[in-house]
Design a protein around this ligand. Structure first.
Ligand SMILES: C[S@@+](CC[C@H](N)C(=O)[O-])C[C@H]1O[C@@H](n2cnc3c(N)ncnc32)[C@H](O)[C@@H]1O
Length: 292
């Protein structure tokens, strides 16, 4: 049974016993949805110019990212048509969030549309069309690719790479990238070097996303570098360390242990890459010196 847990901004998240992680940052679940996903994708600004916005929500969970996106778009342009695809493995998560009233602080029309989405699997109104695909995103995403769907914004929000490496691999991100418009933006909370490398290997430019709650920034990525802030020198050097060896899952079917073992093997065969501990020490010491 999923029990709501309070976060720093007064909103609630769940804890996953399977992944041994909370679904959101402890500092604020709603704040994370808005600050790490919706705002960096510039959806408010886009809504004031566009008649239609397309969204891909990878790991729908409680639905906060989609709810925050719809809220931001409606505030700017109530008549903007929104098309959303959502991917989620576990139906019980969004159902439990709705039963507990965790989406009640979003506008009633948003909550009503997302309730229909979760209960029926799809929803169609004059200004909103959405479908949610249940199951492992590695298997469901190809169904979306077949429809030639292209997103203005992609929210990539799996559990962390150590706990859920299968959704951060070069091969899975290749599928995600196929759904991103040439000028679209992908946002994720992770700043892991392995994740940034996987995005880069798929032709995306990566930069830091906003720092919300957690101490580290997220990542923003696009095929078009115009909206991507530059990586700092420390972040660029991070991509030359062993931490930058990406996760791989050639058949898109491997379990987490196999994916971790494959990466460890690749790291062992990459003696030219700097040990990440050394990189951390160098930047940590330098930051300390700068602070004195
Ligand atoms: C960090 S939570 C996402 C939080 C969510 N974006 C929100 O706004 O509430 C990760 C989600 O990924 C889902 N998940 C885990 N493995 C998955 C998989 N292989 N395919 C699709 N979803 C998965 C979990 O059930 C969980 O809901």
């Amino acid at each position: 049974m999923l029990q709501p847990q309070a976060t720093g901004d007064g909103s609630y998240t769940f804890y996953s016993p399977e992944f041994r992680e909370t679904f959101h940052s402890r500092s604020g679940a709603r704040e994370e949805a808005l600050g790490k996903f919706v705002e960096p994708c510039r959806l408010g600004a886009l809504a004031s110019q566009a008649e239609e916005i397309t969204l891909l929500d990878v790991c729908y969970g409680l639905g906060y990212n989609s709810a925050a996106a719809l809220t931001a778009i409606r505030e700017r342009n109530p008549h903007c048509f929104v098309r959303l695809w959502a991917l989620e493995r576990d139906r019980q998560v969004p159902q439990a969030a709705l039963e507990r009233g965790l989406l009640a602080d979003y506008p009633p029309a948003v909550t009503r549309d997302l309730t229909t989405l979760v209960e029926q699997g799809d929803v169609k109104t004059p200004y909103f069309e959405a479908q949610i695909l249940w199951g492992c995103a590695r298997q469901t995403l190809p169904q979306i690719i077949k429809t030639d769907f292209q997103a203005d914004a992609v929210f990539l929000d799996p559990f962390s790479p150590p706990k859920c490496p299968q959704l951060w691999t070069v091969e899975f991100i290749a599928l995600v990238a196929q759904c991103l418009k040439p000028k679209g933006l992908l946002a994720t909370y992770s700043c892991a070097a392995a994740v940034r490398t996987a995005l880069k290997l798929n032709g995306l430019t990566v930069g830091p996303g906003p720092q919300v709650g957690r101490r580290s920034p997220g990542t923003l990525a696009s095929f078009d570098p115009a909206w991507i802030p530059p990586l700092s020198p420390a972040e660029r050097e991070h991509l030359q360390t062993q931490a930058a060896v990406p996760y791989r899952d050639p058949s898109l079917t491997d379990d987490p242990e196999t994916i971790h073992r494959r990466r460890q093997g690749e790291q062992a065969q990459s003696p030219d890459l700097e040990p990440t501990r050394q990189w951390k020490r160098r930047w940590y010491e330098q930051n300390l010196e700068n602070a004195l």
